[in-house]
Design a protein around this ligand. Sequence first.
Ligand SMILES: [Fe+2]
Ligand SMILES: [Fe+2]
Length: 311
Amino acid sequence: MTTSAPLRLSTPDLLRELEPTAAANLNRHLSLAKEWMPHDYVPWSRGRDFDPSTGGTPYEPGQSTLSPVAQIAFEVNLLTEDNLPSYHREIAEQFGRDGAWGTWVHRWTAEEGRHALVMRDYLLTTRGVDPVALERGRMQQTETGYAADGKTALQVLAYVSFQELATRISHRNTGRYTEDPVAERLLARVAADENLHMVFYRDLCSAALALTPSQTVIAIAGEVIGFAMPGTGITDFGRKATQIAKAGIYDLRIHHDEVVTPLLRHWGFWDLTDLDAEAEQARTQVRDYLTGLDALARTYEDKRAAALASA
Ligand SMILES: [Fe+2]
Ligand SMILES: [Fe+2]
């Protein structure tokens, strides 16, 4: 008996095969993405000079109308967006600069650039966070950079599908948490962009699953199990992420129920047949991982409920 080697496409072959789908999704994106102006979302009348030598008022923490946790969530979301130069490099290296892939890379980068601009303008105008800490955080984050650590184009497609959805939810929930209608409107606008980005990557993954199912299942499985938010390199990220989770802005329950589960369902991940042995094994690992994640999320929910009950 002979066993044939599992079908695996090289990255150039995969990108070439997916090019028509990338073009179709790019066109759909361009037809759906509405132009918006960041200056329309910033409350400029709330702004003042900072420099006392020109009659300004230096920043003091009490000037912020945001709660401490809202400040942390907003700052983490912004510093994540600030690392755009590294993200651009990563997807440009993976997807290339030619054809529909290249057009997407540049369009996506232009849209993402708007996010950091509008969020920083809001925070500086409203004195929402310490501007010195914010700038030092940006320098640290950008100098650290972000690397996809040898991911293939297929793995990047899977990762960014989860990451764009996670970012959409994080922005949306941070906006609500600020209890400032101006910030909520601004972050809802940014979240709408992230949603369209997610749809692009999600549908490219669907096409990859149809093209090379076992290879794509293995890529998706790796990104589910190894997922880390892109802001991981931010100073003190662990402590900040814990506070964001405790506030219910982004926690394991949200990650399990609103990010991983719906995307896997959309892809028909559990319904695929005729996978090779390696892909079947990867799918089993995802099932086990999600069972553990669900249990851990429940533990944190119980802790939070107990803390609220005793407060
Ligand atoms: Fe963004
Ligand atoms: Fe995005």
